[in-house]
Design a protein around this ligand. Structure first.
Ligand code: DAH
Length: 337
């Protein structure tokens, strides 16, 4: 029995070493000091001891109880005192730095692109993120069975099969044609959505800048001039250009613009996949059906349009090679730009 008393004493000692809070104190009381606690349990067992052992065991037990109760009282007082004390303020410590937020690198890139187009004479317009099938597809000359209309590629709004999250900024072209008369010279930046698997190269939400110029006798040469001047102001003077034939339902003819990879000066690197070229825009002459849908007579007017991905440009300018990095919200990354 004496051994057991010593064991409980040791337990109490270890418990006290790790006792720091009011909650610990309460635990201590419940384990050792209450009526059903470990100490009282030992006292209860004294009844069954032979008479001659009782005094000596009783002495040990009394000492144990005194020890536990005294320590409990002392600790209650010191914890209470600590918790009520006003913390000392060290006036010599350096102050906290207030970090001021700044514009996200994607929006910095967008601002810069907008600035360049504005310097070339474009005005800025915006359209809604939630579009209808008419503006996003029909008016842009998408045939009824075009794969982009599939649920697989487009986020539709559940309650209304005709509403969707715009898959590109091109529908704003239609809205501008309806809202104003030629000459029209606008860029339209904004967020777009596609039901796309997320990877280092693609996200389901990203940003584009759309461009539209409509006037009498607008030619493909003017489109080339605008794209080339934009690229020079954005990426540097020493660029070469390549307009590759392409296809979009809303332009005819259509092209994709490649510029010399300015990261390797065209020598070939990982970013340009060792081709020496970077693809930066889709563009073309506005399809007569699109002009008609916009209420503009294609016999009287012609126009060009283009679309650029903002994340793509930001990746090229920052050297970030995983698009997800922009949206991971890691201040250590974002604060560098
Ligand atoms: N809307 C196209 C897309 O999202 C981009 C585009 C290509 C826009 C050619 C244009 C254009 O205005 O002429 O992939």
């Amino acid at each position: 029995m004496i051994d057991e008393i010593k064991k409980v004493e040791e337990e109490i000692r270890i418990f006290i070493e790790n006792l720091h809070t009011k909650e610990d104190l309460e635990k201590f009381r419940n384990i050792f000091l209450v009526k059903k606690g470990k100490i009282q349990q030992l006292f209860d067992r004294m009844r069954d001891l032979p008479k001659e052992e009782k005094p000596i065991v009783g002495k040990f037990l009394n000492e144990l109880r005194n020890y536990a109760e005294t320590r409990f009282k002392e600790l209650s007082e010191s914890i209470a005192e600590r918790e009520t004390k006003v913390p000392k303020i060290d006036l010599t410590l350096p102050g906290r730095i207030d970090y001021i937020g700044h514009r996200h690198p994607i929006y910095q890139t967008m601002d810069r692109m907008v600035e360049v187009f504005v310097s070339l004479g474009f005005k800025v317009a915006e359209g809604p993120d939630i579009e209808d099938g008419y503006h996003n597809f029909d008016a842009l000359n998408f045939p009824p069975d075009h794969p982009a209309r599939d649920m697989q590629d487009t986020f539709f709004i559940k309650s209304d099969k005709n509403l969707l999250l715009r898959t590109h900024t091109s529908p704003v072209q239609i809205r501008i044609m309806h809202a104003t008369k030629p000459p029209i010279r606008y860029i339209m930046p904004g967020r777009v959505y596609r039901n796309e698997a997320i990877s280092a190269r693609s996200l389901a939400e990203f940003h584009q800048i759309e461009g539209l110029y409509i006037n009498h006798k607008v030619t493909f040469a003017e489109l080339k001039g605008t794209m080339i001047e934009f690229s020079r102001r954005m990426f540097g003077e020493n660029l070469r250009f390549r307009f590759r034939p392409s296809f979009f339902p809303f332009t005819e003819p259509s092209a994709e613009l490649d510029i010399t990879c300015f990261l390797c000066q065209g020598k070939g690197c990982r970013v340009c996949k060792y081709t020496g070229w970077l693809e930066i825009a889709g563009c073309g002459m506005v399809h007569p059906n699109v002009l008609k849908a916009g209420g503009i007579d294609p016999e009287e007017y012609t126009g060009y349009a283009f679309g650029l991905g903002i994340e793509r440009v930001a990746m090229l300018l920052t050297g970030i090679d995983d698009i997800r990095t922009f949206y991971a919200n890691d201040v250590r990354v974002l604060s560098q730009f």
